[in-house]
Design a binder for this molecule. Structure first.
Ligand code: HH2
Length: 284
């Protein structure tokens, strides 16, 4: 393939992996938050999480995102110690997995610990807000997902307001990309995410999905997380456990509008849907 063509093909540098993004990729969600599973001790939670991750790999997932602090609207923060104590045993088991493991965290201390423990991506819903977070990830080789959030999980859905949500989110993400690039982070380590549901009213979320091209125009590949979110519930009138069809449809819409990675709970269904989408496309 001629070199200029090779350069146009997006690929993500993800620790020991290089993720080809010519096809849309599915990121499976694994939660290590106590409220995500019915009661039980830490070992039981670890077992469930590892089993879920292995099942997702069988279902064709491309990368796994593990989180130990819920960022749902109204969620309570956990300490760095507690977060690390939940994440490190999972990474000890999964660090040699056949797919990259991403860690969903906002804390620089946790970022450093999980990178040392084999994480291939840091997914920061705070968008690497602090200089400490940016420095924690600058000189390593893992991928970085920069997400937009307005406010804090505890209060972010209390009447969010934007004059121009698409413009404001685009400027925010562009500035964070520039800040990380300024620290020497290579382009092929970066992803951007408009942060559906993070300090956004229903109309804000819809505007961002309709106009995803603006987020794509920032440059780095776009990751979106719409799976089972309130927005899907508002559109379909379904409760969380019945939002799979709506979530799969939203993933396909996002990919059609340029998203390269979709963060989902329902891996098998999303993989099938995106295979159908990909089969009907000409290659890049
Ligand atoms: N959404 C959640 C958590 N992390 N990361 C990215 N990059 N994009 C997202 O949209 C995103 C994210 C939502 O988290 P939570 O509500 O805690 O639940 P779950 O992890 O089950 O989705």
């Amino acid at each position: 393939m001629p070199p200029e063509r090779a350069e146009q093909i997006p690929a993500l540098h993800c620790g020991r992996f290089r993720l080809d993004l010519t096809c849309p990729r599915v990121m499976g969600i694994v939660n290590l938050t106590p409220d995500s599973f019915s009661d039980g001790g830490r070992f039981e939670r670890l077992d469930l999480a590892v089993n879920r991750a292995r099942q997702m790999i069988e279902e064709g997932v491309d990368l796994i995102d593990v989180g130990a602090e819920s960022t749902r609207p109204g969620a309570v923060e956990v300490s760095a110690e507690e977060e690390a104590a939940r994440l490190l045993p999972f990474l000890a088991v999964m660090r040699d997995a056949s797919v990259p493991i991403s860690v969903d965290t906002r804390k620089p201390t946790v970022m450093r610990l999980v990178i040392d423990a084999g994480a291939s991506m840091i997914n920061d819903v705070g968008g690497f807000a602090s200089a400490e977070a940016r420095h924690a990830v600058a000189d390593v080789d893992c991928a970085l997902c920069i997400m937009h959030m307005r406010g804090e999980p505890g209060t972010m859905q209390h009447d969010p307001h934007y004059d121009d949500v698409v413009g404001e989110v685009t400027i925010f993400l562009g500035a964070r990309v520039a800040a990380l690039r300024g620290l020497g982070v290579a382009n092929d380590r970066l992803l951007v995410d408009p942060g559906f549901g993070f300090g956004k009213a229903f109309e804000n979320n819809l505007a961002l999905l309709r106009d995803l091209a603006a987020i794509v125009s920032i440059g780095p590949p776009v990751l979106v997380g719409l799976s089972r979110k309130e927005m899907i519930g508002t559109i379909t009138g379904r409760s969380i456990e019945d939002r799979m069809a709506g979530s799969v449809a939203a993933a396909v819409v996002a990919v059609e509008r340029g998203a390269r990675v979709v963060r989902v709970h329902d891996v098998a269904a999303t993989v099938d849907a995106l295979r159908v989408w990909s089969a009907t496309r000409r290659t890049l």
